[in-house]
Design a protein around this ligand. Sequence first.
Ligand code: BTN
Length: 249
Amino acid sequence: MALFTGTPRLEFESLPSTNAYAMGLLAESPIEGTTILAYHQSQGKGQRGTTWEVAPGLNLTVSVIYRPTFLAVAQLFLLSKMTALAVAETVSHFLPAAAVAIKWPNDILVGRKKIAGILIETQLEGKQIAYAVIGIGLNINQPLFPPELQHKATSLYMYEGQHFSIQQVYTYLCDRLEAWYLALRRQNGEHLNRAYLQQLFGYQEEIDIQLGDAQMRALLVGVDKGGRLALAIDDELRYFDIKEVKLLL
Ligand code: BTN
């Protein structure tokens, strides 16, 4: 059971975005561990300025407020790693037979389809992270997706053919998030790095990537401290940030 993640828990019928709401709360010095849940988001935010659109009432859309003042801005990617691990563990718990993986940097896959997305926003104080808003969209009971997403999105229901309690998934997720967050606070992140690589889609394998207009094969070597993807292309080791490379599934 999580001790402080989910206390208090703020629940809304509808919000533009749980992340936007949480970011707005920061001015009021919210309690660490506060969660914001919405049944429906009208302007859910995705990575790189995209939108996160899911059917109302069927999925988990939650933001968690942490206060990781022990992390320097340069260590921000550790938060991505811990969240991806917590979400991946949650999916594995409810779908024990599924092949769950983290697609760099922090999408969660079941097989080759995305089941959850993560958006982390921060408030900085000098070189430290004063607050982190950890936004998670996890597809739970959605039975189908619009045609443009049908081949690349999935849900717990679509995999298992049965409904899941959003409340139970939320509770388990809070527990795993808190466990990783406390581990991060105690240690230097080495354990986290190893666990992340173990779950990383394509790690130490040849994968298909898109660089600009060109598609090619590359060896996924790892991820550096800043979160850049390390790829060996034609025997040359190169580092890429999220805007520069796309992993093809
Ligand atoms: C992605 O593009 O993969 C990230 C999606 C993150 C969606 C979640 S849903 C809860 C939280 N509130 C938001 O507006 N976005 C995140």
